[in-house]
Write a protein that binds this ligand. Structure first.
Ligand code: ADA
Length: 565
């Protein structure tokens, strides 16, 4: 499954993730056939590959005729794509989608080969030994498309709320495979249930030697639409149809959108003019059966559990998530903090020659693919990287400015752990901290939080909205003791009661994300501070079995509204 709805009625598409592929282990360039596997999947779920770090080859045949595009929603973590043994493209990063376009394929059966690599090396600045696992495999959906000579490559929908009315601006990118002059028309409609409204009709005049044409509409008044909000997540189908000069529809693209406005105002984050109170979870895409390739039902169960505990938001720690997750959040009214891929990288690691380019590519691919999701209310970057150094600051500045150039509609932030040494808060719209009083140190939470917040008011973050994007404590599922010592479920309850109580009652804090939703696998280097070589701070364990703290979180989150007074 690629999306919760059909993106195309006209363009011919085939989900390649709907049949078995041949998988081989690749060692020193030698292929050893292993057998048939499903895609998406992680090889850690294949017998004997539970801890495999290296290369694997996925192969299958496909029918083609002419110009074809293969969209990979995620391959972990480096992919080299071949068609009929000819190299087509390469992509780094498990968490963003990419495409392989192959022109003029003769009609018939062709071979698709994807060489996947999840090893750690200097070439990989973001997938490194870390407090989460970098799995191996084609971990998200794959879809084959037959392309017309001119097609709709991208459609971004921006909503504007002004004086009680909604407006929309649409940005379309029309691609050309011929690079010759061409004239067409693109028509866009907005549909909700049976009511369909015409939005615009734009002429497309492609010039010679141009790969693509960008069309940006003026503001279009959208009357009688309902806003998207957690309590009523109204969605609309935005459909574009591309016609040639004879009026024949040659391509189409549909996406789901919502009318909502996010902005900061003083110390508040406003959603449709109302002050947000975030009560959420940090969530890794991780599962003992599926690795990072969670099927829709598993993603949905996570969201059902999070909502059952009263959460209104998920932070995609620490990378862009599967679009199926975002489709669910759009439909369920769950707010999303989505962030680019990075966790806890030192200045030395940020000086990896591949770091900036890999971060920039991740940001561009994240926003290009996820721009239209109304559930995403904020973009984050570089979780707990070196925001206390001049070199680190330059990286934060570059990436935050890049986000602003790609999306002026959402606030930007990053989660800092640099206590009173952070030098980047002037660069963001929202100041966010990861704090662990009652776990990594025993400072009383209210005292620690107040001291930190007061220090932020002496920095470039003064007067800005303030979020706690991580707080929590570890508990081994099933470890119960009246001693209530650390790693017991009882201690996790005590810690969260004090942590959540202090944070959610702090008047200048816009909310909290618990670290973390579920226990997750970590890489082997982290064994000595991670019992079971797992991060055990979940409120449910890796099998989604609730710990004692589940009811604690449910009681506390349940007593807090999504909007502040
Ligand atoms: C950091 C980090 C998380 C996790 C957490 C922990 O805040 O952002 O990914 O490692 O610490 O469990 O200590």
């Amino acid at each position: 499954m690629i999306r919760l709805f059909e993106e195309h009625q006209v363009r011919k598409t085939t989900e390649l993730s709907s049949s078995l592929w041949d998988f081989s282990q690749v060692t020193d360039g030698k292929n050893t056939p292993v057998g048939k596997v499903t895609v998406p999947s992680c090889w850690e779920s294949y017998p004997g590959f539970e801890a495999y770090r290296g290369q694997g080859l996925y192969e299958r045949n496909f029918e083609a005729d002419g110009d074809m595009r293969i969209v990979f929603k995620g391959v972990s973590h480096t992919a080299k794509v071949f068609v009929d043994d000819k190299f087509v493209c390469e992509h780094y990063n498990a968490f963003t989608q990419f495409e392989a376009v192959v022109k003029n394929l003769p009609s018939g059966v062709h071979k698709l080969s994807v060489l996947v690599d999840n090893s750690f090396s200097e070439a990989s600045a973001l997938h490194v030994e870390n407090d989460y696992q970098s799995y191996g495999g084609i971990s998200r959906g794959v879809v084959l498309e037959k392309l017309p000579k001119h097609y709709i490559r991208q459609m971004h929908f921006t909503t504007i709320y002004r004086e009680g009315s909604w407006y929309a601006k649409i940005k379309l990118v029309i691609a050309s495979l011929t690079r010759e002059t061409w004239d067409g028309t693109v028509n866009v409609t907005l549909k909700n249930g049976e009511t369909e409204a015409f939005l615009c009709s734009e002429t497309c005049s492609m010039k010679e030697n141009e790969d693509e044409l960008t069309i940006e509409t003026d503001e279009i008044a959208c009357k009688a639409v309902s806003a998207w909000a957690p309590e009523h997540p109204t969605l609309y189908m935005l459909s574009a149809q591309l016609e040639d000069e004879d009026g024949k529809v040659i391509d189409d693209l549909t996406d789901r959108v919502g009318f909502r406005e996010v902005r900061t105002q003083g110390k508040d984050i406003l959603l449709n003019g109302k002050k947000l109170q975030i009560k959420g979870f940090c969530r890794h895409e991780d599962h003992p059966q599926f690795g990072c390739a969670l099927p829709l039902s598993a993603i949905m169960q996570d969201l059902q559990l999070a909502r059952d505990m009263g959460a209104n938001s998920i932070r995609t720690s620490h990378y862009p998530n599967d679009e199926l997750f975002l489709d669910l959040c759009d439909e369920l009214g769950i707010l999303v903090w989505e962030e680019n891929h990075a966790r806890g990288l030192s200045e030395e690691q940020m000086r990896n020659p591949n770091f900036e380019r890999q971060c920039e590519t991740c940001i561009r691919e994240m926003i290009a693919a996820h721009y239209n999701h109304p559930s995403i209310y904020i973009w984050g970057i570089l979780n707990e990287c070196a925001s206390d150094t001049e070199y680190g600051r330059e990286c934060y500045k570059t990436q935050l400015e890049l986000i602003k150039s790609l999306d002026v509609t959402r606030p930007r932030s990053f989660s800092s752990c640099r206590f009173k040494t952070d030098i980047c808060f002037d660069l963001v719209d929202v100041v966010s901290y990861n704090i662990y009083p009652k776990w990594y140190h025993n400072t009383p939470v209210a005292e620690y939080l107040d001291d930190l917040y007061k220090w932020v008011q002496t920095t470039g973050g003064a007067g800005k909205p303030f979020l706690i994007t991580e707080v929590g404590a570890g508990a081994i599922y099933g470890y119960r003791t009246p001693a209530k010592v650390k790693w017991s479920e009882e201690y996790q309850v005590l810690a969260l009661e004090e942590q959540l109580g202090a944070i959610l009652s702090y008047k200048d804090c816009s909310g909290v994300y618990i670290w973390q939703f579920c226990d997750v696998r970590v890489t082997n280097d982290w064994w000595n501070t991670r019992p079971r070589t797992m991060n055990n701070k979940g409120i449910v364990d890796e099998y989604r079995r609730p710990k004692l703290s589940y009811e604690t979180v449910k009681r506390i989150f349940g007593s807090v509204d999504t909007y502040r007074k």
